[in-house]
Design a protein around this ligand. Structure first.
Ligand code: UDP
Length: 338
C-alpha cells in the first residue's frame, strides 16, 4: 500500500492515477485546501475495482497523519503535499515553513513511528536559485532565492540526516516546469487562482477569461522572454514509479532532476498554444514578475542513467492534453455556477 500525500492536487493526483493503473493499493491524504474532492471522486469512479482510501487531514496535525499509519499498512510514501507559490511564500513565509517543513517533519515522525522507511519527495528546481550555469545538473549549488525554495531545500537536508540516523531511504525529485494533463482528461491542472503559464494562456481563450499577460520581454534570452524546461506530468510521474522501484530494490538515498533538457521561451509556449487551439490569442505585455530567473533548463542525465527514465512527450503534447483538460474543467465550472 502506497500513501500519497497531496494526492488530490495537480501532480499528486496524476501519481495516484498511475499507481492505480499499475494495480497498486493507494491511500490519499490531502487537506483539500488546494486539492479537490472532485479529483478524488473521479479517481475512485474510474477504478472501481482498486483499493483507494481517501483521508482528509492536515500534515500540521500529527495525530491526523499518524492515524493513517494506524489504519493502513503503508509500504512507501510519495510526498507531494505542499504550498508551492513563490510570490505567496515571500509575502507569507510563516505559512510555508509551517505547512511544508513542519508538516513534513510530522509525516517523517509518523513514518518512523511505524517503521516505514521509503519515501519519494517532490523537490524543485527552485532549490538551485539563480542558475550559475545551464543546463543545471544535480551538482549545481543549491542556493534558493525565496522561502518556497528554502522550505524544499530544508526538507532535502532533513531527509539526508534522517537517512543517516534512522535509515529513512529517500529519493528527492527536483521538478522543472510541470505541464499537461492525463491523456484521457479525467484529471488535470486546477489551481485557484491559476498562476502558471500554459493554463493561463489557455484560459484566456475561453469566454470570460482574462487577457493573457506576458511578464517581461527584456530578458537576455533568444527572444527576450524567460526560458523554462516544460516536463510533461505523465512523464514526470513515470519517474516517481521508477523511484519507488529503485527504493524497493534497495537503492540508496538519491536525488534527480526531472526535466527534458529542452528550453522554451514564454513566446515559444504562446505560439505552441496558438497552434494547438487554432486561435489568435490576445496578449498584454507586462513588466517582469519579481523573482523570475531568465532561464531554467535541466540536465537530466542522472535520472536517465540511474532511474532508467526518459521523458518522451513534447511541449506540444503537453499543451494539447492541457487544452483538452481545460475544456473539461471549464464545462464543469460552468455547470457548477448554474
Ligand atoms: N508567465 C507569464 N504569464 C503568466 C504566467 C507566467 O508570462 O500568466 C511567465 C513567468 O513570468 C515565467 C514563465 O511564464 O517566465 C513560467 O512561469 P510559471 O509560473 O508557469 O512557472 P515558474 O517558472 O514560475 O515555476
Amino acid at each position: 500500500m502506497i500513501l500519497v500525500t497531496g494526492g488530490a492536487g495537480y501532480i499528486g493526483s496524476h501519481c495516484v492515477l498511475s499507481l492505480l493503473e499499475k494495480g497498486e493499493d493507494v491511500v490519499v491524504f490531502d487537506s483539500l485546501e488546494l486539492g479537490h474532492q472532485e479529483t478524488v471522486d473521479t479517481l475512485k469512479l474510474n477504478f472501481p475495482k482498486n483499493f483507494i482510501d481517501f483521508i482528509k487531514g492536515n500534515l500540521q496535525n500529527y495525530d491526523e497523519i499518524n492515524e493513517v499509519f494506524n489504519l493502513h499498512k503503508i509500504d512507501a510514501v510519495v510526498h507531494f503535499a505542499a504550498f508551492s507559490q513563490v510570490g505567496e511564500s515571500v509575502k507569507n513565509p510563516q505559512k510555508y515553513y509551517f505547512n511544508n517543513v513542519y508538516g513534513s517533519l510530522n509525516l517523517f515522525k509518523a513514518m518512523l513511528e511505524h517503521d516505514v522507511k521509503k519515501i519519494v519527495f517532490s523537490s524543485t528546481a527552485a532549490t538551485y536559485g539563480e542558475p550559475e550555469y545551464i543546463p543545471i545538473d544535480e551538482k549545481h549549488p543549491q542556493n534558493p532565492i525565496n522561502p518556497y525554495g528554502n522550505t524544499k531545500l530544508m526538507i532535502e537536508r532533513i531527509l539526508d540526516d534522517y537517512d543517516k540516523a534512522y535509515g529513512l531511504k529517500n529519493v528527492r525529485l527536483r521538478y522543472f516546469n510541470v505541464a499537461g494533463a492525463d491523456e484521457k482528461s479525467r484529471i488535470g491542472e486546477w489551481h485557484e487562482p491559476e498562476t502558471h503559464l500554459i493554463p493561463n494562456i489557455l484560459k484566456s481563450t475561453f469566454s470570460g477569461g482574462k487577457t493573457f499577460q506576458m511578464f517581461g520581454t527584456d530578458y537576455n534570452t533568444v527572444d527576450g522572454t524567460c526560458v523554462r524546461d516544460y516536463i510533461n506530468v505523465e512523464d514526470l510521474i513515470n519517474a516517481h514509479l521508477s523511484a519507488l522501484d529503485y527504493l524497493n530494490n534497495g537503492g540508496e538515498t538519491n536525488y534527480f532532476n526531472l526535466g527534458t533538457t529542452d528550453g522554451n521561451s514564454v513566446k515559444q509556449v504562446f505560439t505552441a498554444c496558438e497552434k494547438v487551439t487554432g486561435k489568435d490569442i490576445p496578449v498584454e505585455v507586462k513588466g517582469r514578475r519579481a523573482g523570475d530567473p531568465a532561464s531554467l533548463v535541466a540536465d537530466n542525465k542522472k535520472a536517465k542513467e540511474v532511474l532508467k527514465w526518459t521523458p518522451d512527450k513534447t511541449l506540444e503534447d503537453s499543451v494539447k492534453s492541457a487544452y483538452k483538460w481545460e475544456k473539461v474543467l471549464q464545462e464543469r465550472l460552468e455547470r457548477q455556477a448554474k
